[in-house]
Design a protein around this ligand. Structure first.
Ligand code: BJ8
Length: 383
């Protein structure tokens, strides 16, 4: 696996973002902490505030969290909560408010505890897209969130500022999608480890223009690298990673798989294009709250039931990215992804005839050797 000399790890990017955020706070900027792809960031932007991801991605904070939360809970939830209550996360400390959603049971109950420390607004996400009224209910949640932000941040969200935020966020999505599409090139010039790290590091840049510039520069650099490869194939198995977010297991799964010879070219997860693929409708005659509701309700996370759209997205990605095998990441005690993995396995192995492995793990390093063996076995089957 080749990494550029100026490669910034996720934790370095996170640390470097602290200074930027400190400066923004000194200038009087309001900050809203977020946890999920269902968060309508456009509302935060329209309020003149910046958003920052608060999802924990390391073992830090887990011991503290376990004094309040069950041990057998998703590490992402425990780490996020532990960092918050132990004052170990400067981004949580700087947040004037937290915007969250009722996604999985663990997260939504954790938010009730978090609300004792900061103002937490929890959007009630419909559990599916198909029920009559789901879309209108979700549109009303957008309006309720606007009201919360206006009151808590003492600002006014105008229709004009919201429409501008929608256009800006769409520009950012397009830039991100262009970078993800590098993975469809064959051979793929960028490692999945570098790609996913860079995309998540943009969460610690706080202006649309900075983010777009970083994404565009990487895309152009990789297009040039691909042109230099002059069509030479590298023979590495092309892998799709699906399932739970990979931030907290990037080193032991993504990096390790590439060190074992895989080329991770695509992500069907919140570490990939899942939440970026659909833009928000910019039609000036359309109600912007309806446009936001439509876009965010289409995100195909396993918390939705049924979630047919995820399987369609996987089918399309397997074809577009010329996938040879699939790794499914399931974080410990994540019931929705663990159960949905049954359908995913059938789709991959029976319908598409490809090798598949499901890796159930947490944020510790105790299973690194075991993961190495299982990933190695998958690559051997493909080879
Ligand atoms: S849209 S994937 S960011 S909910 S892994 S905390 S589901 S028990 S992170 Fe997620 Fe939003 Fe979905 Fe994406 Fe619960 Fe599962 Fe843990 Fe999860």
């Amino acid at each position: 696996m080749h990494l550029p000399e100026n490669f910034e790890t996720y934790s370095e990017a996170r640390k470097n973002g602290f200074i930027r955020m400190y400066d923004l706070k000194k200038q009087g900027k309001k900050v809203v902490g977020v946890f999920c792809s269902y968060t309508p960031n456009e509302l935060i932007m329209a309020a003149g505030a910046v958003s920052v991801g608060l999802c924990g991605s390391s073992e830090e904070g887990i011991a503290e969290a376990e004094t309040h939360l069950p041990k057998n809970l998703c590490p992402l939830i425990k780490s996020s909560y532990g960092l918050a209550i132990s004052d170990k996360c400067p981004y949580f400390y700087f947040s004037d408010a937290v915007l969250a959603e009722t996604t999985c049971d663990g997260k939504k109950k954790m938010y009730e505890l978090l609300n004792k420390i900061k103002p937490v607004h929890v959007m009630q996400l419909p559990p599916g897209r198909e029920a009559e009224g789901a879309l209108e209910f979700w549109r009303q949640e957008m309006i309720r969130t606007k009201d919360f932000l206006e009151k808590t941040l003492e600002v006014k969200i105008t229709e004009e500022s919201l429409r501008q935020a929608i256009r800006d966020r769409n520009r950012q999505r397009r830039a991100m999608l262009r970078l993800y599409e590098i993975g469809a090139l064959n051979p793929c010039p960028i490692s999945g480890y570098e790609l996913s790290t860079l995309v998540e590091a943009t969460g610690f840049m706080f202006t649309t223009e900075d983010i777009i510039q970083a994404l565009d520069e990487k895309t152009e650099e990789q297009l040039a690298a691909f042109a230099n490869l002059k069509g030479k194939k590298d023979g590495r198995p092309r892998i799709l990673v699906t399932g739970c977010p990979v931030s907290g297991v990037r080193e032991k799964i993504i990096k390790q798989a590439e060190e074992l010879g895989a080329s991770i070219v695509a992500f069907d997860s919140c570490s990939g294009p899942r939440a970026q693929k659909e833009l928000v409708d910019e039609d000036p005659n359309k109600d912007p709250y309806l446009a936001l509701a439509e876009k965010y309700l289409r995100i195909n996370c396993s918390v939705m039931s049924p979630n047919q759209e995820r399987f369609e997205a996987i089918r399309e990605m397997v074809e577009e990215y010329q996938i040879d095998g699939v790794i499914e990441v399931v974080l410990q005690a994540c019931h929705t992804f663990a159960i949905e993995a049954h359908h995913v396995k059938n789709l991959i192995t029976e319908e598409l005839g490809l090798p598949y492995v499901r890796l159930e793990t947490d944020y510790s390093n105790t299973d690194t050797g075991q993961l190495n063996t299982r990933i190695g076995a998958l690559l051997e089957i493909i080879n």
